[in-house]
Design a binder for this molecule. Structure first.
Ligand SMILES: [Zn+2]
Length: 197
């Protein structure tokens, strides 16, 4: 059955989203068609606004619409401790544990299989912060998989070169799991039990 071209176009675009299969894309597209016009326009505008106005903080990499972000501006935070995470969504999980230090988000999908180079990671701001002398401890909160392990060791080496202690999240996190999906108790325990590497 042939669909109206604009509808087909909407389905094709929804299909580009993760976890959305053809049936879900079709259901969502038909749902959007039934929405009041104002709501549909709001949805489209929200996508445009988020895409155009949100960017990684120049200091920590967290997604923000002001630079530096609200975490970097917060003077009540402990600036001696810097938590390194892979994605901004990991920060949201870490914040739920009550952690009050600062962050550094890598925002990069590093894949050993793709021949990525550790030098490709954007670490200028990270290295500047190590060199500032303010940071006393780097907490490596990377996903417990092979890439996370390789990057952790590399960053621990950089920290060591600046005389900064490097620790990592400890027990409780499933190997091969995602920090993003860890429950807050598991993540808090892992944070409290962090080990020097
Ligand atoms: Zn920031």
């Amino acid at each position: 059955m042939r669909l109206a071209r604009p509808l087909e176009n909407l389905i094709d675009n929804l299909l580009k989203l993760p976890t959305i299969g053809p049936k879900t894309a079709q259901r969502l597209a038909l749902y959007i068609l039934k929405m009041p016009a104002a709501e549909a326009r709001q949805l489209a505008q929200a996508i445009i606004d988020a895409r155009e106005k949100v960017f990684p903080c120049s200091r920590c990499g967290y997604l923000t619409d002001i630079d530096p972000c609200f975490i970097c501006r917060d003077e009540t935070r402990d600036t001696s401790i810097l938590c390194v995470a892979e994605e901004a969504s990991d920060i949201i999980a870490m914040e739920r544990t009550g952690y009050r230090g600062r962050y550094y988000v890598l925002n990069k999908n590093f894949n050993l299989m793709d021949d990525n180079n550790l030098e490709d990671l954007n670490l200028d701001s990270f290295i500047n912060q190590l060199a500032s002398g303010e940071v006393k401890e780097v907490v490596l909160a990377l996903n417990p998989d092979i890439e996370g392990e390789v990057i952790s060791r590399y960053l621990a080496g950089l920290a060591d070169g600046h005389g900064v202690k490097a620790t990592r999240l400890a027990h409780g996190l499933p190997v091969g799991g995602d920090i993003e999906f860890a429950d807050e108790i598991t993540l808090r325990r892992a944070l409290e039990g962090r080990k020097e590497i």
